[in-house]
Design a protein around this ligand. Structure first.
Ligand SMILES: Cc1cc2nc3c(=O)[nH]c(=O)nc-3n(C[C@H](O)[C@H](O)[C@H](O)COP(=O)(O)OP(=O)(O)OC[C@H]3O[C@@H](n4cnc5c(N)ncnc54)[C@H](O)[C@@H]3O)c2cc1C
Length: 378
């Protein structure tokens, strides 16, 4: 793909992945980048995300390493963009109040340390030194993963798109891709309801809609449904002073674990269970119950009010791992579909650029090609 001639690249979707890719691709002067977004940037999974950037619970080792690399790349990307991109540093703190769960956490920390992940077990006193307003209740064991961050995705997406536009990219919001024009086995143009955009490369960074869009050119992208809810609150007291994210244990058998982060406007984002947990409860009751659980651990947020949020759908390939790369059947169609896209955005933005512009095949992506799903997949 590398040449002095202009390459017209269309990115379908302006979530964290499409925006970060637009930024990286637009740094190459021979590229003409167009981003087509059916709504407004960031309203897909990226706007519903808990946005914890981490490699904490990522298995197996290869996938952990992929996420770890990207986590480290966030620091470099922040330095390069050199403006407020909504990053909150300070790591992730968690604790357990039941013996079995405590033993599991200790084992996990040991495993992660073997893999070189910057995390450690901490005492109750160390927890309170990090977050003095925490009222953790019983603590069997606790940990701190120092490098983890969280990101305000709307800020990050805006900055990436602005920088891409400064480098000549064109971003069309409220522009839904409806079809593709195929010529000589390749995508010659991307169609919207009222026009078409000719291209040399089409990138699907369209989240859950990637399967539907790829099917228009007969490429099958296997996905599972993965609904989740992260509730919002009204602004409240600044309650997290050091760490970016906390994971708190379930209050009892009727509840699940809780995760919480605070944004610069002092609103909170709260979710339950794991990062992949299924939840469709959009009710005020559910939002209130989650916030009440959080208030038990952080009494200072008594003034916060829960705002129920609509269910968000994680882009989730069938086996849970990313799908990255050009397709065999349509050689100028590039797929970038993944869960943990907030964690993975810097790595995908930078490495997919090497594949799209320079024609490289990045080794790190080898386990994540579409072909792993077998012969039925084109
Ligand atoms: C509840 C929840 C919790 C999560 N927690 C975390 C977490 O803690 N850490 C983490 O790393 N990840 C987390 N994720 C996953 C992460 O948010 C996603 O992997 C990431 O946002 C995917 O970004 P994306 O840009 O690929 O997709 P999206 O943000 O969904 O963007 C795709 C865009 O494509 C657009 N589009 C779709 N079809 C068309 C079309 N036909 N024409 C034009 N545009 C189109 C959509 O409107 C959308 O804006 C979570 C997700 C959810 C839902």
């Amino acid at each position: 793909m590398a040449s002095a001639k202009t390459t017209k690249i269309i990115i379908v979707g302006a979530g964290v992945i499409g925006a970060c890719l637009a930024y990286h691709l637009s740094l190459r002067p021979q590229n003409v980048i167009t981003v087509l977004e059916r709504d407004i940037p960031g309203v897909g999974a990226s706007g519903h995300s808990f946005a914890w950037v981490n490699a904490f619970g990522k298995d197996p080792r290869d996938y952990h390493t992929l996420n770890r690399r990207s986590l480290d790349m966030w620091y470099r990307l922040a330095h390069k963009l050199d403006t407020d991109i909504g990053i909150h540093y300070g790591g992730e703190m968690r604790w357990e109040n039941k013996t079995v769960r405590a033993a599991q956490l200790e084992q996990r920390i040991q495993q992660l340390q073997t893999w070189g992940y910057p995390c450690k077990l901490i005492t109750r006193e160390e927890m309170l030194a990090l977050e003095p307003e925490l009222s953790p209740g019983a603590v069997e064991t606790a940990s701190h993963s120092e490098a983890d961050i969280h990101v305000e995705t709307d800020k990050f997406i805006s900055v990436c798109l602005e920088r891409a536009q400064e480098s000549g990219a064109i971003v069309h919001s409220k522009t839904s891709v409806t079809d593709f024009v195929i010529r000589n086995g390749k995508i010659a143009a991307v169609k919207t309801s009222d026009t078409e955009f000719s291209c040399d490369v089409a990138v699907l960074a369209s989240g859950v809609q990637t399967t539907e869009l790829a099917s228009l050119v007969d490429v099958h992208i296997p996905q599972q449904r993965s609904p989740g809810i992260v509730i919002k609150t009204t602004p409240c007291t600044q309650v997290l002073h050091s760490v970016a994210v906390i994971h708190a244990p379930a209050a009892d058998e009727n509840h699940q674990h809780l995760h919480l982060r605070q944004l610069a406007d002092r609103t909170l984002r709260i979710g339950q269970g794991t990062q992949e947990g299924i939840n469709r409860d959009e009710s005020q009751e559910h939002a209130d119950a989650l916030l009440d659980q959080a208030k038990a651990y952080l009494p200072a947020i008594a003034d916060a009010k829960a705002i129920p949020t609509a269910v968000g759908y994680r882009p989730m390939p069938l086996d849970g791992f990313p799908i990255l790369g050009f397709t065999k059947a349509v050689p100028n169609l590039y797929i970038a579909l993944m869960h943990s896209g907030v964690t993975l955005a810097p790595l995908v933005g930078e490495m997919a650029t090497l594949e799209i512009v320079d024609g490289a095949r990045v080794d790190w992506f080898s386990p994540y090609r579409l072909e792993r799903f077998g012969k039925t997949i084109k």
